[in-house]
Design a protein around this ligand. Structure first.
Ligand code: GLU
Length: 547
């Protein structure tokens, strides 16, 4: 068979470069020994998820702890899944979490020498190599229709055989020259398949950077490398792109592990040295006592937007993911509570070999701790950032009065006290937590544990003696003065000694005030809250809370 002629008939483009020219166009990067070149290679579907962040963080850390490069490649070979604005959304979402690319799609960088970074724009490169494989007899056209492939699959399933296009099932592998031209002249659509040289009789050991040594079976499937629309499949594009973009370490989900023999064969027939691979385990969650994969349909927390909308502190999310990524991060973090997580020596081989457990409650704890470390000013900026993007009109109006918010934050964060409070877990919850400091969002439901006369007496009596100039002690002394008016003990010690003698304790009187002023029986120091609210507003709240 005249393979050169056939290759020309199948790939008639007359503007292709010679495959070997690409080695010079995309020279080796000249990075230091040990420096890793990594990439994030998402499809532009518009759905950017926790798995992307998890993977991006591993990529970014591997590159930046070794003096390497982290780039963004867009795998847009499937036109149907493409969504407008998806690339910007990937960049923006990752930026929010402090992850930045050094080069790639939509990244302004002098390093952008290995593009285009959109696969659809790389068609010429792929086609040059498909043509080469055709000329070498390592690829062939396949004219099988979807129906024919379905029939083959059904037969294989019935015979309990591996499904796919291989061996005797690879009908088009042995078409004669005459048959091929006949089909081509009839204008039949075709794909190009790899003519696999492998055999399932052969096994070999492969070293994964995370999972360690794995024994795999050689590929014998004649996988599609170029689809009928002239665009490559993931397998082929991966081999070409990671070779010419000079990736040293491919970090990707373990769902790709089963395709690894195909990828290694593709590298071999193309004459490329394969990169190192690191297959990450899937993110799992506990659901009713069983561990399962996070699912797009069931788990809103899989979407990265979820964290921005709920206002998780971005560093907290990253730090939490670091604990999931590297088992020794948590210990390091406890020893170095104030250190930047980037100082941690991230190691790809410390990643879990199976099911990484993602626990939203643990993330909340990390988030609370991170927020508690902020100054009132930083916390204001953080909450205000969320308010501007996701808050209501009234939130925005509240946050215009920065001094007022800072006073509130000083109190609810326990700034200046013995220990920082951890009341704010994320921006959305934090903003709602301070709603009661503003009249338009103060929506109390007065639920007292005492009767009308008791409640009203406490409120009226305290309103009469309240003086904003009082310090905590004076404030409390006045409350002690009010307690006996309704049969409450003025001193907790007295109450504890003879509880049956009293209707309640001074703390119960404080609870009545607290409900009146904040709408809730739990709050930080009430005297300070009333000070922040001011005399007029505090008195108004006390008196309008009567039953
Ligand atoms: N586009 C592939 C995906 O989103 C990339 C896999 C890889 O990183 O190679 O799953």
């Amino acid at each position: 068979m005249d393979l050169k002629k056939l290759a020309k008939a199948l790939i008639p483009d007359d503007d292709l470069l010679k495959p070997e020219e690409y080695e010079d166009i995309f020279p080796l990067r000249g990075v230091e020994k040990g420096a890793e070149v990594t990439r994030l290679a998402p499809s532009p579907t518009g759905f950017i998820h926790l798995g992307n962040l998890y993977s991006a963080l591993a990529d970014e850390r591997c590159a930046h702890t070794t003096g390497g490069v982290f780039y963004l490649r867009i795998e847009d070979t499937d036109e149907k899944r493409k969504v407008e604005g998806a690339v910007e959304s990937v960049i923006r979402s990752l930026n929010y979490f402090g992850i930045k690319f050094d080069e790639g799609a939509e990244i302004e960088s002098p390093l952008n020498k290995y593009g285009p970074y959109y696969q659809r724009q790389r068609a010429k490169i792929y086609r040059a190599f498909v043509k080469k494989l055709l000329e070498e007899g390592l690829a062939y056209p396949c004219f099988c229709t979807a129906e024919e492939l379905d029939e083959v699959r059904a037969k294989q399933t019935e015979n309990k055989q591996t499904t796919g296009y291989y061996g005797a099932y690879a009908k088009c592998r042995n078409l004669s020259e005459e048959e091929i031209y006949k089909k081509l002249n009839a204008g039949l659509p075709f794909v190009i398949r790899l003519k696999s040289q492998g055999s399932i009789e052969n096994k070999f050991t492969f070293r994964d950077a995370i999972k360690g040594d794995i024994t795999v079976t050689e590929n014998d499937q004649d996988v599609v490398i170029l689809k009928s629309d002239g665009i490559p499949t993931y397998h082929f594009a991966h081999a070409i792109d990671d070779h010419f973009m000079r990736t040293t370490l491919v970090i990707r989900g373990e769902e790709w592990l089963s395709s690894l023999p195909v990828h290694l064969e593709l590298h071999k027939v193309l004459g490329f040295k394969p990169p190192r691979y690191a297959h990450t385990s899937s993110l799992m969650k506990m659901d009713g006592g069983t561990k399962r994969k996070l699912s797009k349909r069931k788990d809103p927390e899989l979407s990265l937007d979820y964290y921005r909308k709920a206002g998780y502190e971005p560093t907290a999310v990253v730090k939490y993911l670091m604990t999931v990524l590297n088992s020794n991060f948590e210990e390091w973090s406890l020893k170095n509570p104030d250190a930047d997580y980037r100082e941690f020596k991230f190691k790809i081989d410390k990643m879990g070999k199976s099911g990484a457990l993602f626990d939203l409650e643990k993330l909340c704890d990390v988030s609370k701790t991170e927020i508690s470390k902020l100054s009132a000013e930083e916390c204001y900026e953080f909450l205000n950032g969320w308010v501007r993007e996701f808050g209501t009109e009234s939130d925005r109006a509240h946050f215009k009065d920065k001094d007022y918010i800072i006073k509130i934050l000083n109190l609810i964060m326990g700034i200046g006290g013995k220990k920082r409070r951890k009341d704010i877990e994320r921006a959305e919850q934090g903003v709602r937590l301070i709603d009661y400091f503003f009249d338009d969002t103060f929506a109390p439901e007065y639920e007292y544990r005492f009767d009308k006369a008791t409640v009203n007496t406490v409120l009226e009596a305290f309103a009469k003696v309240y003086d904003p100039a009082d310090d905590n002690q004076a404030w409390f002394a006045k409350l002690k003065g009010v307690a006996p008016l309704v049969g409450f003990a003025a001193e907790t010690s007295e109450y504890k000694a003879n509880p049956e003698k009293f209707k309640g304790n001074v703390s119960d009187a404080a609870e009545i005030l607290r409900i009146a002023v904040t709408g809730s029986p739990n709050s930080p120091d009430l005297c300070t809250i009333m000070g922040i609210l001011g005399k007029e507003r505090s008195l108004k709240r006390l008196l309008s809370a009567k039953l």
